[in-house]
Design a protein around this ligand. Structure first.
Ligand code: ZN
Ligand code: ZN
Length: 489
């Protein structure tokens, strides 16, 4: 029987290979090494002839398409060449200054000319914000927990006007963040990140995940993505077929696969980690947490992206942003959706030993930068992942170095912490509980998306810790906190 082909590589990107680090086939995409399993449509996977691992297949081109979609969402309404025939199309002037000439003003707003096609455009957010006062009030109310209806009543505006303001504020925030993000990237030779993925609306069960990565020491959020597209249509295929175009779109007919309960309340950290592996194995696609869902409330408009496509796009964006760094560390919760994406995207760095990827799990009160006296090593789960566990005063912590460093467990137990990404997301939930959990929003996640842009900018630039310092200050990007008025200018 001829060997079945892998999904085609796209622009040199081939993400299908054995992801078992100790296996000779790790990172190798030679079809001879694998059986391509397509007889069970629920589980399109590679089976490694050496180690028996069964990494799910993924469509490489659709990962790139998902990244392009994400970038379009983020640069939406940022000033850029808007001639779709031009090579500079969509490259915003804030991060790609070299592509444009400043070209006079339109009123008090900066005009630019494209160096390639000579078309001109205006940075519509560059002039004075005429609506700054009302938008400051609106944000003030929003951040103190008022409902949309109450804010409208107090400001004498209707809901349509409210959302117009929110969208305009979000655009300004994206513009600010684009400037600070590129400044942050330029100066660095190394970066330590904490990544997390969590349901955007925890009570809604609508399949929308929120991926965030933050710089560990400052808490500055460098990237966030959502596996939901407001403007696309649901997929037409019931099962994931990585050989088909648009494989990344989830169909709105949901068939539940497995019913496994997370291990809540178990005192033993080993038991919690072990149970999580069982929950993962119960999924048809081990890299797709939707496999653990009993039911799914598909959004009434738009499309859910199969979660592994967004996690790959998330790390692709990070890889591009920090490609010049000598070393990268990424800490994440025990979740193969994140692990596999990071292992695949950073394959070259794994080979040249310039990255450390770790699972980290810890009790909330586990002290920072400490490891207990006693460290237990366990090989856990089907994959026999090598975990190191420790305990201080009844608080537990476990780490698993995913790309192979051994015998420095104490170092990593002290150093690795995935809490900042988690804290950022928790703060959002606490701040906007009513909005996030409002029953009528269950099927309409789109209305939360501009809020995420605003929240990231506010968190990075305005939100002060106990010492009055913001994440952007800790990174030396600004000298004092940015006020709401400045954020809206
Ligand atoms: Zn293998
Ligand atoms: Zn152009």
């Amino acid at each position: 029987m001829p060997t079945e082909k892998l999904p085609l590589a796209a622009k040199g990107l081939q993400l299908n290979f054995c992801k078992t680090l100790a296996c000779d086939n790790f990172g190798d995409s030679d079809e001879q090494h694998y059986l391509v399993q397509r007889t069970n449509p629920k589980r399109p996977a590679l089976v490694c002839r050496k180690c028996g691992a069964f990494p799910p297949l993924i469509n490489n081109q659709e990962v790139l398409n998902e990244l392009a979609r994400q970038q379009q969402v983020q640069s939406h309404s940022l000033p850029s060449c808007n001639n779709s025939e031009c090579e500079h199309f969509g490259f915003d002037v804030l991060t790609h200054r070299e592509l444009y000439h400043a070209f006079g003003y339109s009123g008090d707003r900066q005009r630019y000319r494209c160096k390639s096609c000579a078309s001109t455009f205006v940075d519509k957010w560059s002039g004075e914000n005429q609506k700054s006062l009302i938008q400051q009030k609106l944000l003030g109310f929003l951040f103190t927990g008022y409902s949309v209806r109450e804010i409208c009543r107090r400001l004498h505006i209707n809901p349509k006007t409210f959302y117009d303001h929110i969208n305009q504020i979000a655009s300004r925030c994206r513009r600010h963040m684009s400037l600070f993000d590129s400044r942050l990237q330029h100066d660095r030779t190394s970066i330590q990140l904490a990544s997390n993925a969590t349901p955007l609306q925890p009570l809604s069960n609508n399949g929308v995940f929120w991926y965030a990565s933050a710089e560990v020491n400052s808490g500055y959020v460098i990237a966030q993505h959502i596996n939901y597209s407001e403007t696309d249509e649901p997929g037409t295929l019931l099962d994931h077929d990585p050989f088909q175009e648009n494989a990344q779109y989830l169909s709105n007919t949901f068939v539940n696969e497995a019913n496994s309960q997370p291990a809540i309340g178990s005192k033993s950290i080993f038991k919690r980690v072990d149970h999580k592996y069982q929950e993962i194995l119960a999924r048809a696609n081990v890299e797709d947490p939707l496999g653990n869902y009993v039911s799914l409330n598909y959004p009434s408009k738009g499309a859910i992206i199969r979660p592994p496509y967004t996690s790959h796009a998330h790390f692709l964006e990070i890889q591009k942003a920090f490609s010049h760094c000598d070393s990268i560390e990424i800490y994440m919760p025990q979740e193969p959706m994140l692990r596999s994406a990071a292992m695949s995207i950073f394959l070259e760095r794994i080979k040249e030993n310039s990255i450390d990827l770790l699972y980290v799990t810890q009790d909330i009160a586990f002290p920072t930068e400490e490891s207990g006296d006693k460290i237990d090593i366990h090989l856990v789960g089907w994959w026999r992942d090598r975990w190191a566990f420790t305990e201080i005063n009844g608080q537990h912590k476990g780490i698993c170095h995913l790309n192979g460093a051994e015998h420095n467990e104490a170092y990593w137990l002290k150093r690795a912490s995935a809490t900042v990404a988690n804290e950022y997301q928790t703060r959002f939930y606490n701040q906007f509980t009513n909005l996030v959990n409002e029953p009528r929003r269950k099927l309409r996640p789109a209305s939360l998306l501009p809020l995420l842009d605003i929240f990231r900018a506010w968190h990075n630039l305005c939100h002060q810790d106990k010492l009055g310092i913001t994440p952007a200050q800790k990174l030396g990007l600004i000298s004092k906190p940015i006020t709401l008025a400045e954020l809206l200018s």
